[in-house]
Design a protein around this ligand. Sequence first.
Ligand code: 5GP
Ligand code: MG
Ligand code: MG
Length: 178
Amino acid sequence: MNNDIETILYSEDQLNRRMDEIGQELNEKYANSQPLVVPVMTGAMVFTSDMLKRMDFKLVVDPIKVQSYEGVTSSGKIDLIQDIKSDVRGQSVILMEDIIDTGRTLKYLKQLFLKRGAKSVEICAMLDKPSTRQVALKGDYIGFSAPDEFLVGYGLDYDGLYRNLPYIGILKRQVYAS
Ligand code: 5GP
Ligand code: MG
Ligand code: MG
């Protein structure tokens, strides 16, 4: 598995240190509220479980599942595969994502929750690729700003694989070009 990685961009240590910082920001912001934490599955699973251990306030976790990627590019259309169970009316929502690319997924989800009556919707993502944005969408808590490469690991997959790598790296082109 490690042989398929070109370069490691963010080591496990770097990810952990950055998550400590984001955790502190969230703890200040949400100390007196009880937000609904919504991980966008499946990519945000690893990041969310690591972040949850750093969140020192009352919260409820309710995942949502969407699909937008085909292979190594965004398909441009978002399918809602599995919805949350909670009523978001009057709730503070924190959307948890692995990576923001075109911005379409999170823009869609943010608008969906606001339309359903959420009091606020904030976005917490481990990575952001600002250079590939196609719709206006800004994250509120971002781990790292990433280059325009196809990344895997730490929840990010290629064809379902590599999510269990403890770091984030660039996938060798020969893996998906062959
Ligand atoms: P967006 O709607 O912002 O274009 O796409 C967001 C989703 O695309 C992410 O949640 C992620 O699943 C997928 N994605 C975007 N860039 C990458 C990448 O570099 N690697 C992987 N594995 N998935 C990506
Ligand atoms: Mg995702
Ligand atoms: Mg994927």
